[in-house]
Design a protein around this ligand. Sequence first.
Ligand code: 26Q
Length: 825
Amino acid sequence: AWLKHQVGAFKDKDGFEREVVRHVETTLARSLFNCDESAAYAACALAFRDRLILEWNRTQQRQTFADSKRVYYLSLEFLMGRALDNAMLNVGQKDLAKAGLAELGFRIEDVIQQEHDAALGNGGLGRLAACFLDSLASLNLPAWGYGLRYRYGIFKQEIIDGYQVEVPDYWLDFNPWEFPRHDVTVDIQFYGSVRKSTDDSGKTVCNWEGGETVKAVAYDVPIPGYGTPTTNNLRLWSSKAASGEFDFQKFNSGDYESSVADQQRAETISAVLYPNDNLDRGKELRLKQQYFWVAASLYDIVRRFKKSKRPWKEFPEQVAIQLNDTHPTLAIVELQRILIDLEGLEWDEAWNIVVNTFGYTNHTVLPEALEKWSVPLIQHLLPRHLQIIYEINLYFLQSVETKFPGDRDLLRDVSIIEEAQPKMVRMAFLAIIGSHKVNGVAELHSDLIKTTIFKDFVKIFGPDKFTNVTNGITPRRWLHQANPRLSELIASKTGGHGFLTDLTELNRLENCIHDKKFRKEWAEIKYANKVRLAKHIKAATGVTVNPSALFDVQVKRIHEYKRQQMNIFGVIHRYLTLKAMAPEQRQKEMPRVSIFGGKAAPGYWMAKQIIHLINSVGAVVNNDKDIGDLLKVVFLEDYNVSKAEIIIPASDLSEHISTAGTEASGTSNMKFVLNGGLIIGTCDGANIEITREIGGQNIFLFGHLAEEVEDLRHAHVYEKQHSVDSGLKAVFEEIEKGTFGTPQDFAGMISAVRDHGDFYLVSDDFQSYIVTQNLVDQEYLNQEEWITKCIKSVARMGFFSSDRCINEYAEEIWNIEPLKVEANR
Ligand code: 26Q
């Protein structure tokens, strides 16, 4: 019904076609006769973009006029994927576009595939931010995202001779979804020094002077909600030399090269996304990125607030800022600096405003991922901020001393400054102290941060400062868009597409479990999705896979804690078991396709070794005549959002097998189950809550529990040589025989388990993993029972919508409300 009220909606398919043709002929200046798929994509995107712009403007006007509190989501990563399909579905005009494009001679799927992924993120954290933007708009919440407009997103991965090769991802050639705002700029200062002076009233003021200036230019991206006109804004900052194109003085004095160099140095700040996932490397450019983005965003937010002419104390009633991990923690310091140095507020009044404004989300307990910056680096780059950090720390430690007098160990342990050589600033501690709420991303994770890395802060601030908001995913992209046939089938059984805005309506599927026709269609859809993936695998790798085999998928960033090495060791174990069988016996086994995908950080040597082993095993197994279809191993290169949309709906079984207590949540686990696949997994992250919701019979859990991990690790260290599981030993021996190529290439992976304490407990969990995989084979034989499990699971996944998740943030952390849209305008 809301569609009728949209401004600029296409009246019918002819209206849409006219717009496409107009864009081909005028905007793109091409003739209809040489309009190829890429031109069709461009024109179609421009046509939909025109539609979005009108509602986008109205939404911004409405939010400004209503003067309602807004939330600002600060994230260095927004892993958006493609926008066109999403835009067509969210405004409810995909069918019309499909028909229109067909008349013009194009298949809509082919047109959609022309778009380059917006890959401004590494993995889970960046994709979560993208799902959140979709939910914020769909729930009519006044919200902006703030990020960086990287010229290069996450690198493209090529697999050459079994090795990962990184290729730059230049994605801005043609991007119809962004709007440069050359009039919205902010000058950002770096380096320089602090000079104290006295103002007219005799008060000491700090002046940050000198150094260099870089210009931040805003680029805006419209974020359409699903089934509502609300269209929010994602603002990405791009860096530019402050003095314009060139420093003309230098240029004219013949110093042309250095003038160009200045310009390039400024542009370097937003040039490239750091490709580390769950690892902190203290590089100066990364810190520059963080401050550049934080300072520009805060300037923008403060500028907007000041227009309202309200007193400063009302700032937290108008503004909520959420910190996506510690990457934007400098925002806390920057807001305090603005309030005391530029606006003249007293420290306490300012600090009160700051704390009430910020919320901090933690995404990891891994020590190597916790951000720290060296004091000398901050001193050099941001001298005034370092002073403020020390002052925040001083007042904080004084309050701790008052509460726990004489506890020197406690003061040392909670100090923002780590007394190391050099001294380090602990960003998570600063984020906790400067926020009113701190949340983890799944129940186990939120409990773990309270009892391990942040336990002292629970003691100091009390337990109420810490909370849990279990992650969620948007059912629009991860069901309706990725799996349109399943979405239609579900709609036909639950009374329409209401489940897309209230995912708990999926529970109506429980009534259909015995519906024969429904079950048959369900199975057909899964099979068709597998056929589609099989085609993709053939085209991408040359390997032929049988769509009737069990598709076993592990796609995520490659990391030792996620244990892709355990998966591939398990595959080798399966291969050896099959090889040892008599041929008649072998033919009774369940055929399996083991599918891997994921990028390794370019400097992560062990992760690259894992990729190499997976490819080497594939090369042997896939060409073994004894094995045939019983086992195939494929590594799909360049896993990204749009590949995920093909892979996830085609999985029978997906692997979420991190060492217990290491994966904060995981979000692809939710996507796989929502698409009718089952999970093999450990008791970690959101797997635990998924189990609670769908029932223990419908998930394959194995392995040690989080509370056992510490003791196991301890035991390894005290054993002379870690006694490796016997099945795993046989796997190692086979690798060392050279069956999968030069054994030396994989020596690191083996010795990590055998000689270096097996930190991720691969050996401890191996037997239980193999036993559970065999159970999966058994259960997959009984297809009727398997389908029942899948349907029941999907029916119970309502909790994992990012809409539920965002509602929790809105109520418990941000205190913001939806801005209702007038139905009849
Ligand atoms: C930090 C400093 C310097 C350079 C890079 C980084 C950096 C970049 C990305 C640190 C961490 C990340 C990404 C972390 C991430 O993706 N975490 C995942 O977040 C998901 C959403 O909450 C969870 O589901 C996953 O469990 C968690 O691993």
